[in-house]
Design a protein around this ligand. Structure first.
Ligand code: ZN
Ligand code: ZN
Length: 135
């Protein structure tokens, strides 16, 4: 096990994975996340620095949540993040839809899987994602 200093409060803690934060700070951050998510729901057009100031979260942190696809901006939002591959506007995640499908093609190509037997996707996954975005 690895012992690290918490990036939030500086205390030593047993580091497992993810962000270098102790369980206490991690719980606080999770609360912040819920606040920001709710704020975005009520103020979908709020600029990034306003969200950050109002909720006392860093702009960097908010962007990270978006990159992790935990937060998603809406079409009417002023906020833009760029696709890490081509620079197009993305509302959530690291890549635009185009690059995402390119990457997926490359991945499946690299694995050399036979493409003939692609089972039709049953409802589940997209529905779940919609529910996540609606929250
Ligand atoms: Zn801490
Ligand atoms: Zn792209």
């Amino acid at each position: 096990m690895e012992v690290r200093n918490c990036r939030g409060c500086g205390r030593l803690f047993n580091y497992l994975q993810g962000q270098p934060l102790c369980p206490g700070c991690l719980a606080e951050l999770e609360e912040k996340f819920q606040e920001v998510k709710e704020y975005l729901r009520v103020h979908p057009k709020a600029p990034l620095n306003e969200i950050a100031e109002t909720n006392e979260v860093s702009v960097k942190q908010i962007k990270q949540w978006v990159r992790e696809e935990r937060l998603a901006f809406t079409e009417e939002s002023q906020i833009t993040l760029e696709c890490e591959a081509c620079g197009a506007r993305v509302l959530s995640g690291r890549f635009c839809n185009n690059c995402r499908s390119h990457l997926q093609n490359e991945l499946s190509g690299a694995m050399k899987r036979p493409t003939a037997t692609v089972a039709p996707k049953k409802n589940g996954s997209t529905k779940d994602r919609m529910r996540f975005l609606d929250n």
